[in-house]
Design a protein around this ligand. Structure first.
Ligand SMILES: *Cc1c(COP(=O)(O)O)cnc(C)c1O
Length: 389
């Protein structure tokens, strides 16, 4: 990253007063990450509140039934709140506290980011304002109730389609009017600089642990690291530690949903076009008449019509390969992992598992694949029962 750019991607395309505020946020972060008190507090919470380090688990049965390479899972599903998102939420909330902000503003789609941020706000006595589309509020009742239970204020967004992208606009607007007292906390490695870098650095704990754990288990680095990509935070979090090790192949798995047609998938790196969206330059899914397309995936955490700028860059320089997995393949992996290992994965994470299984079949038994299990599947069980059984 140089001045907020990854190659030509990234940047900070926002009104001048917000840019000043975001520059200030970045310099405070740079100062704070050198502070021992800040690092100690972060490490303490990671260990005793969140449950880190998360295990790196060898799927013996899954590997044997697949009949090829060894499959390991990095168990981010075992974090408090059930997914990797709390890694950067704890970081962002600590940052807010140290900057003297009394409030955090965030948006949420499926409710997973909202839930993680509401959790840490409760812990740290920070006011929490979550913007959520009216349609999503109806769909995600349990998460909405949990956020209220944790003390968050939910702002119902009725503009537009009442979904995630309208919630982002609404949250940004609220931040514009409140930036002296509030910090905006983004849900993935997206948005204007410095958010992609902040989120990556807080998420990079995943890759650091994984690297040490696989060296301990196998005395060498893995051949492949596989992660699902929505905005790209869990993927960049596990990739970052391996980017310099060119012998480790890195694979980002995008959601192909129902197919290749625009509107049927969320595979932005594969099918998107370069543009500026929500304050940063990256790849974006566009309709033929040049509007931002709706994204679709069975996994609601993946259906975002853009992607973090660093992924557009890593694709361009060829360091990460971006592949696709469709709804059906993800669901098959959801069942397979549940049955063989007793682990119910999030539908998002099932995309990474699906690709790891396909890859393992083509490789020799001495090869090692690590898939990032970004979250647990409890949140998806109701959907599975209603729609698929
Ligand atoms: C939100 C979410 C994702 C997608 O977000 P990224 O920023 O791409 O990681 C993936 N898995 C789970 C479990 C999620 O909750």
């Amino acid at each position: 990253m140089k001045n907020g750019y990854f190659g030509k991607y990234g940047g900070c395309y926002v009104p001048a007063e917000i840019k000043t505020e975001l520059d200030e946020l970045y310099s405070q972060y740079i100062a704070l990450k050198k502070s021992k008190a800040f690092r100690d507090e972060l490490n303490y919470l990671r260990k005793y509140y969140q449950g880190r380090p998360t295990p790196l688990y060898y799927c013996k049965k899954l590997s044997e039934t697949t009949g090829g390479a060894k499959i390991y899972l990095k168990r981010e599903d075992l974090n408090h709140t059930g997914a990797h998102k709390i890694n950067h939420c704890i970081g962002e909330a600590l940052l807010a506290k140290h900057m003297g902000k009394s409030k955090i503003i965030a948006e949420t789609g499926a409710g997973q980011h909202g839930l993680a941020i509401a959790t840490v706000c409760a812990l740290m006595d920070i006011k929490c304002e979550i913007h959520m589309g009216a349609v999503d509020i109806k769909k995600q009742k349990i998460n909405v109730e949990k956020m209220k239970l944790l003390g968050a204020d939910i702002v119902e967004v009725t503009d537009g389609d009442g979904t995630l992208k309208d919630a982002v606009d609404s949250a940004l607007n609220s931040y514009l009017n409140n930036y002296k007292d509030a910090l905006y906390c983004i849900g993935s490695a997206v948005g204007p600089h410095p958010f992609p870098t902040l989120v990556k650095e807080f998420q990079s704990v995943i890759g650091k642990e994984t690297k040490a754990q696989i060296k301990r288990a196998q005395s060498r680095l893995p051949d492949y690291v596989v992660a699902c990509v929505g905005g790209g935070s869990n993927a960049i979090g596990i990739f970052d530690a391996f980017i310099k090790n060119s012998e480790v192949k890195l694979i980002g798995v995008e959601a192909l949903g129902k197919g290749k047609a625009i509107g049927d998938n969320s595979a932005t790196v594969n099918y998107g076009e370069e543009d500026i969206y929500q304050g940063y330059r990256s790849k974006v899914l566009k309709t033929p008449d040049g509007k931002v397309s709706d994204a679709y995936s069975v996994a609601s955490g993946l259906d975002y019509p853009a992607v973090g700028p660093e992924h557009s860059y890593l694709n361009e320089i060829g360091r990460v390969q971006y592949v696709t997995v469709d709804d059906k393949q993800a669901l098959d992996a959801f069942y397979a992992l549940s049955r063989t290992e007793g682990i119910i994965p999030a539908l998002e994470s099932a995309h990474a598992v699906a690709y790891a299984i396909e890859l393992a079949k083509r490789l020799d038994k001495d090869k090692i694949i690590i898939a990032n299990l970004s979250g647990r599947g409890d949140k998806d069980v109701e959907y599975i029962i209603e729609n698929l059984s």
